[in-house]
Design a protein around this ligand. Structure first.
Ligand code: CP
Length: 316
C-alpha cells in the first residue's frame, strides 16, 4: 500500500470510502494495535480544536506511534513570520505524517504540494473537513444501517460550514436527498449547489426549520454559526440564534431519525435533546477515533486487516 495525503473528500472513491468504513469497524472492535511502531505523526493546529486534534492524537497513541506538534501556533516560529511553506518543510524533516488544521482555505492543499510526506487536512477554513466526513458517514451507517437513499437535513451555517461541504460531496455516492435549512446570509454557497446539480444530488432549500422538514428527515445535521468566520460581529449577532433544536420539536419525527452535530455546539441544540435516544452527537464524536485510526493507516501506507464491508453485516 502506498502513502497518501487526504486534502479533500472528493479524493476518495466510493469503493475507498466503503473500505475505510470497514477498517473503521475493525478499529472500533480492536482499538489497540501496535502497528505504528517507529512512526512519528505531527499535529499542526493553527486553529482551535478539541475533538479533531485529541482523537487524531489518541488514534496515534492507540496504534503505538508517537506525536509531535502544537495546538497554539503563537508558540511557534510562525509568530516570528516563518511562512507556512517553511514550517511544513521543517516538520517534514522530523515526522512521517502531518495532520494540519488551518484557518485559510487551500492551506492543506498547499502544504501537501510543498512536502513529500503525506498531509491530512484536519479542516481548512470554510473549505473541507474530510476526516469529519468519514466519521459522519460511519455514524450515519451505524444508525441507519445503510447509506443509500436517506433524507439528510443540514441546518445552520451552510455558508462557512466545512463539515457540510465535505458531507455533501461524500454522500453524492449514495443518492441522498438534502434539505438545506439556513437564513439567506448563511445559505449553501452556489458552488456546492452546482456540485449537487452536476452530480445528480437532489436538494431543496428552506429558511424555515419546519415540522415538515423535521418529519421528512432520517438525519438532522445541526451546525454552529461560527463567530470566527465573520468579519462584522453585528452580522454574527443577527444570525447566531436563528435555528435551535429542542426536544418538543422531535415529537412526531421518524423513528429512525438521528441528530448529528460535528460539535462544538453553542446553543443550536437545547440540552434537553441530549437524553433523547435520537441524539447521537456524542457517540458521533467517539466514532472519530476509529475513523482517524483508519485514515492514519491509509496515509502511512499501513495495511489494516480488512473487514469486507457489506450492508448490514457489521452493524446488526
Ligand atoms: N468537529 C470538530 O472539528 O471539532 P473540533 O473543532 O473540536 O476539532
Amino acid at each position: 500500500m502506498s502513502s497518501k495525503s487526504l486534502v479533500s473528500i472528493s479524493e476518495l472513491s466510493k469503493n475507498e470510502i466503503l473500505r475505510l468504513l470497514g477498517q473503521t469497524r475493525f478499529f472500533e472492535e480492536n482499538p489497540n494495535q501496535k502497528i505504528l511502531d517507529g512512526k512519528i505523526v505531527a499535529t499542526l493546529f493553527f486553529e482551535p480544536s478539541t475533538r479533531t486534534r485529541l482523537s487524531f492524537e489518541t488514534a496515534v497513541n492507540r496504534l503505538g506511534g508517537r506525536i509531535i506538534g502544537f495546538s497554539d501556533a503563537s508558540t511557534t516560529s510562525s509568530s516570528k513570520g516563518e511562512t507556512l511553506r517553511d514550517t511544513i518543510k521543517m516538520v517534514s524533516n522530523y515526522a512521517d505524517l502531518i495532520i494540519m488544521r488551518h484557518y485559510l482555505e487551500g492551506a492543506a492543499r498547499y502544504a501537501s504540494e510543498v512536502t513529500d510526506i503525506p498531509v491530512i487536512n484536519a479542516g481548512d477554513g470554510a473549505n473541507q473537513h474530510p476526516s469529519q466526513t468519514m466519521l459522519d458517514l460511519y455514524s450515519i451507517y451505524k444508525t441507519q444501517k445503510k447509506l443509500d437513499n436517506l433524507t439528510i437535513t443540514l441546518v445552520g451555517d451552510l455558508k462557512y460550514g466545512r463539515t457540510v461541504h465535505s458531507l455533501i460531496m461524500a454522500m453524492g455516492h449514495f443518492s441522498p436527498h438534502f434539505n438545506f435549512v439556513a437564513c439567506n446570509e448563511l445559505k449553501m454557497p452556489q458552488e456546492y449547489k452546482d456540485y449537487c446539480r452536476e452530480h445528480g444530488i437532489s436538494f431543496t432549500e428552506h429558511t424555515d426549520f419546519s415540522k415538515e422538514v423535521i418529519y421528512s428527515s432520517d438525519i438532522i445535521y445541526m451546525t454552529r454559526v461560527q463567530r470566527e468566520r465573520f468579519t462584522d460581529i453585528m452580522e454574527y449577532e443577527k444570525v447566531k440564534d436563528l435555528y435551535n433544536l429542542s426536544n418538543s420539536m422531535l415529537e412526531g419525527a421518524k423513528k429512525n431519525l438521528k441528530i448529528l452535530h460535528p460539535l462544538p455546539r453553542v446553543n443550536e441544540i437545547n440540552i434537553d435533546v441530549d437524553d433523547n435516544p435520537k441524539a447521537y452527537y456524542f457517540q458521533q464524536a467517539k466514532n472519530g477515533l476509529f475513523t482517524r485510526q483508519a485514515l492514519i493507516c491509509r496515509s502511512l501506507g499501513i495495511d489494516v486487516p480488512e473487514l469486507n464491508f457489506e450492508a448490514n453485516r457489521y452493524f446488526p
